[in-house]
Design a binder for this molecule. Sequence first.
Ligand SMILES: [Zn+2]
Length: 90
Amino acid sequence: MDESFEKKEKEAARALKKSQWWQNKIHNSHCYYCQIPLNQKTATMDHVLPISKGGKSVKNNVVVCCKKCNSKKKDLSLIEWEEHLKQLKT
Ligand SMILES: [Zn+2]
């Protein structure tokens, strides 16, 4: 993975978090994965396709999720994460 790509996308994510679009999105929101209610303090930004896998900080690649899901996702591979999501839905 190109380090400058990662650096650029992390910066873009920071900028996106400050945008009105994101502020509106996290206001009275729910975790994209486990559906728990979130607010501006508890909401985090998750890249559906992680930056480390080539994902970009663009509106259609970021979702609102809780800290728990976000850190869990970081610990798992994409395949393990998909398995975890299936369990959440059953
Ligand atoms: Zn969650």
